[in-house]
Design a protein around this ligand. Structure first.
Ligand code: IPD
Ligand code: CA
Ligand code: CA
Ligand code: CA
Length: 261
């Protein structure tokens, strides 16, 4: 895509994010319907569904040829990365959304033939948005975002998945001990915002494609390191362990994980 097309794409999705912000604010004032999915800790609300339906309807009008991979199932069954794919996580951090009405995000990413094009992450309650892509640059609420100083685990916070820590997935407890401090936010989107803005040096979790598509796009575009920790290439269509980090933290973490067994 050329700069004019990227600019149009960005402007369009930023308008949708404003609408999603309003939609969520309205829904919060009404009675929410909360259901469970795979377990009593895996929540979904009418807002997750309504926001995903909003995105799907607008993406279909704007980009009818594209396929949509969304968490709540209103998109398509995507089997290949050929063509244009939109990744949609309507509400990321649904537990935080239900229990705190804060610290939750909405995430959208566009890929073309397997390559990242653009992505958007919004802290919905704060209306705080990071958006951009490899050929476009990364912006924080419209201001160009620059890569923060490269610091390692001895000086920086690492963000981890609570479940991975609790169940002591190999490497995770060691990492929490090695860093100057560790944090668990309960939202991949909020975690990515902290790494992208230099408030943390790394985020590591095992996630599904809509959880990591926007984060890895923005991290790569900004010049952060992105990879997996199980020596597998990143597959955009299946769950996997995804690490986003500063160069120094990435090296620290890989060295530590190689020593773990
Ligand atoms: C979840 C959150 C959480 C992460 C889980 C995700 P959801 O997303 O991002 O932080 O640890 O792996 O599933 O279900 O609230 O969109
Ligand atoms: Ca969910
Ligand atoms: Ca998610
Ligand atoms: Ca979600």
């Amino acid at each position: 895509m050329d700069q004019i097309q990227l600019q149009k794409l960005d402007t369009t999705v930023l308008k949708w994010l404003d609408q999603v912000h309003h939609l969520v604010e309205q829904c919060v004032q009404q009675r929410m319907q909360v259901d469970t999915k795979s377990s009593h800790r895996d929540l979904v609300t009418n807002v997750d569904r309504e926001v995903e339906q909003y995105y799907v309807q607008h993406i279909r009008n704007f980009d009818p040829e594209a396929k949509i991979l969304g968490e709540e199932g209103f998109g398509d069954a995507v089997k290949s990365m050929k063509g244009r794919i939109w990744f949609v996580d309507p509400i990321d951090g649904t537990m935080n959304f239900v229990k705190q009405q804060a610290e939750f995000a909405t995430m959208v990413a566009v890929y073309e033939d397997g390559e990242p094009v653009m992505a958007w992450i919004m802290d919905v309650q704060q209306h705080d948005i990071i958006h951009g892509g490899p050929e476009y640059g990364v912006f924080h609420n419209g201001e160009k975002l620059e890569l923060s100083v490269d610091i390692g685990l001895d000086e920086g916070l690492v963000i981890l998945s609570g479940a991975r820590l609790l169940y002591e997935e190999p490497g995770f407890p060691q990492l929490a001990k090695a860093a100057i401090g560790y944090r668990v936010y309960g939202s991949a989107g909020i975690s990515y915002l902290h790494v992208l803005t230099g408030k943390a040096v790394a985020y590591l979790s095992r996630m599904r494609p809509w959880d990591f598509a926007a984060g890895v796009t923005l991290a790569k575009s900004l010049g952060l390191r992105v990879g997996t920790i199980d020596e597998q290439p990143m597959n955009m269509l299946v769950s996997g362990s995804v690490l986003v980090a500063t160069d120094k933290a990435y090296a620290d973490i890989m060295a530590l994980l190689q020593k773990k067994s």
